[in-house]
Design a binder for this molecule. Sequence first.
Ligand code: PBG
Length: 324
Amino acid sequence: MNLTVRPRRARRTPAVRRLFAETHLDPAQLVLPLFVREGLDEPRPIASMPGVVHHTVDTLRRTVAEAAGLGVGGVMLYGVPEAKDATGSGATDPHGILNVATRAVAEEVGDAVVVQTDLCLDEFTDHGHCGVLAADGSVDNDRTLLRYGEMALAQAEAGSAMLGLSGMMDGQVAAVREVLDTAGHSDVLLLAYSAKYASAFYGPFRDAVESTLTGDRRTYQVDPANRREGRREAVLDVEQGADVVMVKPAGPYLDVLADVAATSPVPVWAYQVSGEYAMVEAAAANGWIDRDRAIMESVLGIRRAGADAVLTYWAAEIAGWLRA
Ligand code: PBG
């Protein structure tokens, strides 16, 4: 045998593999999504997301402090209100659950971890759509932008450092940026859920926010068939002033992620969504997969494809492993 090229040399020992690793994971690159539910006395498990709970304001505050202690880069807060209505009033009410919880969390952790909030109406509307509806039942883009502006102000005033614009309305980044800047909140960061696909993998999340949606979000979220369109959405959001653009879901859209990461002038994040989480947990619970290895491999793959940071429900657990 006269083989001079032997790639296996670089795989022989753990030390060599470590030195040759192209991608690394660090707790600072992980963002933990968390749910807070109005009217709870104690945390309540979410059936379709084993290990994830609805928090009370108090347990949320403690969980965020723990995550900060583990070095997690950020937390993303979702509120589940007791009552929903057509315009999602709870989203803009300073006493609404998400704003109350944000205030409590920001007070507890200050700037030790980046406190982020979901800026979307679907958790708060009785019809479950991400915006307000026109008379014909369609989602009214421009009237929704006005509601997003109001929501942005309420969240900034509650102490959110970064707003996650997940509603997929046209022009939402520019609209929110303008409202914030006019009100003196030019320091608040904007995370644009840019290439957000109309995905079946949000199923468990919709249970988690007690979504009343009938139908789907295909008139505003991107068609899973489209790669170029995902890139275009990211370009538009950068033009409108997004500080970070995101691809979501992560695992099934690594091509889009790699495309966006190749040319983006701002950081690119990816969201490993509820369905991606639930699949691994369910397979592991059945003994069909090595849970911890599958978790690490799935998140590493998202980083390798180009994500600077990853939103994942395993963020705190992974951070704990990385520190051990
Ligand atoms: C919208 C929003 C959704 C998710 C995050 N923000 C749901 C949707 O678009 O239906 C999904 C996250 C997940 O599945 O983990 N507020």
